[in-house]
Design a protein around this ligand. Structure first.
Ligand SMILES: [Zn+2]
Ligand SMILES: [Zn+2]
Length: 270
């Protein structure tokens, strides 16, 4: 295996999207955060929206106990049937927590269709409204649903709120649509996969101030660790693949994505 890419001293990366609350981190959670920080990944945004509402409390707790961890709150499109007025009230209250920096992940997943599509669409609209009300950026999850999502985002004027399409994995035409809608693109470990030439073409064309990198850990582990559990420290491999696609250095992409993520999520100065 070639030696792992490393950041120069003083250069830091932000993992824009991970799920530290997931059971696969049990027993290793604090160590995973420590390994990330030691590798220069000093900040990470842990996503509160897993399949249970409790995940939002877990995410906030992690963000309060680790200096480099921030949280979002929401309900994953897989679990959209769970959304009710009471749930939205609860999430609105949690969104006021000082360590909560975004709303999501919300969006549409037509690949798994774990919740009926009209229910996903309705929940997505409600989360766009919530983000508008609490003045927080949106973290959007899309799978096989780019056209419907763009239509909803236009109708709901989501551009006025802004945010990120997390784990962006479509083509250059879709990239242009969502950039024009005012949303940044976040690249995951998929950009390191052998068959991801089109995604690397997206990485090469995205404007310097409009992209981020993420792990989506414990999922989507980048090459060369594919098959193992993902963790925030591995965002360096994703950043290195994006840097190669853009013909830039890893340090440049790290600094750039850090600035972009900190600005979009209004993270406090380190
Ligand atoms: Zn997602
Ligand atoms: Zn996620």
């Amino acid at each position: 295996m070639p030696s792992a890419p490393a950041l120069s001293p003083g250069v830091h990366l932000v993992d824009a999207h991970c799920h530290l609350d997931e059971g696969r981190f049990t027993g290793d959670r604090d160590a995973a955060v420590a390994r990330a920080v030691a590798a220069g990944v000093t900040r990470m945004i842990t996503i509160g929206a897993s399949d249970a509402l409790q995940a939002n409390d877990d995410a906030i707790r992690l963000a309060t106990t680790h200096a480099g961890v921030f949280a979002t709150v929401g309900v994953h499109p897989h679990a959209a049937t769970m959304v009710s007025p009471a749930v939205m009230d609860d999430l609105g209250r949690l969104a006021g927590h000082p360590r909560v920096v975004g709303i999501g992940e919300t969006g549409l997943d037509y690949y798994y269709d774990n919740s009926p599509r009209p229910v996903q669409q309705d929940a997505f609209r409600q989360f766009i409204s919530l983000a508008r009300r609490v003045h927080l950026p949106l973290v959007i999850h899309l799978r096989d649903a780019y056209a419907d999502a763009a239509a909803i985002m236009r109708a709901e004027r989501a551009a006025e709120i802004g945010g990120v399409i997390h784990c962006f994995s479509s083509d250059r035409a879709d990239a242009r649509v969502f950039l024009d809608l005012g949303f940044d693109l976040s690249f995951s470990g998929i950009v390191t996969f052998k068959n991801a030439d089109e995604l690397r073409a997206v990485a090469a064309m995205v404007p310097a101030d409009r992209f981020m990198v993420e792990t989506d850990a414990p999922f989507l582990t980048p090459v060369p660790h594919r098959g193992k559990r993902n963790e925030p420290a591995y965002v360096i491999f994703t950043a290195a693949a994006v840097a190669a696609a853009r013909r830039q250095s890893l340090d440049e992409v790290a600094a750039r994505t850090r600035t972009n993520t900190e600005r979009r999520f209004h993270l406090p100065r380190e």
